[in-house]
Design a protein around this ligand. Sequence first.
Ligand SMILES: [Zn+2]
Length: 289
Amino acid sequence: MSLFYTFENRLVLHGLLKTTTGLRIGAGRSLQPTGTDLPVLRDALGRPFVPGSSFKGVLRSCIEALLRSLAREGQQNRWACNPLEDAERCITPEQIGTKKLGLRGQQDADLKLTAWVTDNTCMACHLFGSPWLASHVQIRDWLVDETFWLGQFQERDGVAIDRDTETASAQKLYSYEVVPAGTAFEGVIVVENGARWQLGLLMAGLNEFERGSLTLGGASSRGLGGVQLAWDWSRSRYVASEQLLDYLEDPESAGQSPADLRDDWKRAMWSKLTEMLSAHNDSNETGGV
Ligand SMILES: [Zn+2]
């Protein structure tokens, strides 16, 4: 979507993600005869990185869990659906097909379809996207910070579990590679045209990364995947539409620091969620929708 077409606001967050334990984001099985059995993912220059999609997946799950825990019984799917199962999406492929058929030949069919999709999409899909709605959030790959990276990977031994006896078998050792604790990755998160309450919801999820309570990659049961996020506020900006001209002139300094706005966004999120809960109560009292 063009920046000028519907520019309402843009949030750009620069962050540093530091591993607090070994991190294992696998690249599949090694094809080389020597070396580790299970190498980590590397970029074209052989450095480890954290794919934006991996980070986004964990962030989305965290926000979905938050929304579901706050929603009333029976409303969980309207707040955050299960995007991994087509039949459990807030709008299923069948529903969209039926709706399209029903609108065929009508005036403003596209507009009506868009309005219907907007009304029936859960809050998680509104923020992170669905097959029928674009995501507001883009997360780029987290690239290793060269100042801290010494080019070292660690190799660990795993013990394969015998499926028949469910015991560890000393004959079945394998090695896997991890990125060591203390490795730092730099990343950028861009949010286009997010409503204030949506930015609050996003910050609530990102807060969990700041507190170090989410893990990335595989083998978290073995104590891997610990990360801690810190923001670089000096490079992070929030630009509203009235600041667009300043932004075009100087993207680095236009707008405001998100650090000054995030409490306000969180308040907007709480009032939105409270409003949704009371709207649900009202609709119950009048016999439901
Ligand atoms: Zn959904």
